[in-house]
Design a protein around this ligand. Sequence first.
Ligand code: NAD
Length: 297
Amino acid sequence: MAKIAFIGLGNMGGPMAGNLVKAGHDVTVFDLSSAAVEHAVSEGAVAADSAKAAAADKDCVITMLPAGQHVESVYLGEGGLLACLSQQTLVIDSSTIAPETARKVAEAATERGITFLDAPVSGGVGGAKAGTLSFICGGDDAAFERAKPILEGMGKNIFHAGAHGAGQVAKICNNMLLAILMSGTCEALALGVKNGLDPAVLSEIMKQSSGGNWALNVYNPWPGVMENVPASREYEGGFLVNLMNKDLGLAFDNAIKNQAAIPMGSLARNLFSLHAVKGNGTLDFSSIQRLFLESEH
Ligand code: NAD
């Protein structure tokens, strides 16, 4: 079993670190939030006072941070982790960030002889808790093979998308599609309800028909249709609108750089940014349902 430092214990990182403890690893944690650290300690992790202290003498460092700037600040620069890690340490970043940022950190790691893997995840908070996440990795074969047994403690499907940054490209494509599917699902439900249909009945029909998709199957956005999803607890927790906006921004920037047309992704980005501007940034992303209702709460 490995000695692992886990940095970033939010909605995703908290349960992921807990699953590594359950898998028998020796897990040391750090987060800027002391409440998040205390929770991880209650699940069997050891607390550290800083990212550097957590990462000292570990086989593997895993980060699960909000965005690219957080990842850069933790790893790069004079005070960054790469300056003090030993060459034996495997570094895995599971945050969703721009492919260019992942490549920048990977290059800095490679210059110091440290192995780096970008390994963003899919599966939501439910998947993080259940240990059934998909990991979408970018890096060389040796790094992937080294990381796999550790990632298997937190996930079910471990994919190797390609070289450094490829994991992030695949993740950005996936989340752009998710935003489109979630907005479309909300729009269809609102239309049906406007016609007097029961949202639960309509959901069941579409699930079993050609409109079936992940939002309907496991993350229904209409309050009360499905238990244990953010829609049934006032859209608390889950995957924040602000984070979905960040990912749609990454897709948009990437499409411009690569001259790719993303009309549906652009529309979804506009819907989610409008929803955030109306004060919903810290709700779960399925709250986009409210944008389609006549009286928003
Ligand atoms: P979150 O905001 O709940 O958690 C982020 C954590 O990082 C917070 O606890 C914060 O205190 C901590 N943090 C920030 N800067 C730090 C620093 N310098 N040092 C230590 N800790 C620091 O976010 P989340 O929902 O857990 O998402 C994390 C990443 O995973 C994001 O990139 C997100 O896009 C991605 N993601 C989220 C989901 C989801 O369903 N929530 C699903 C897939 C991927």
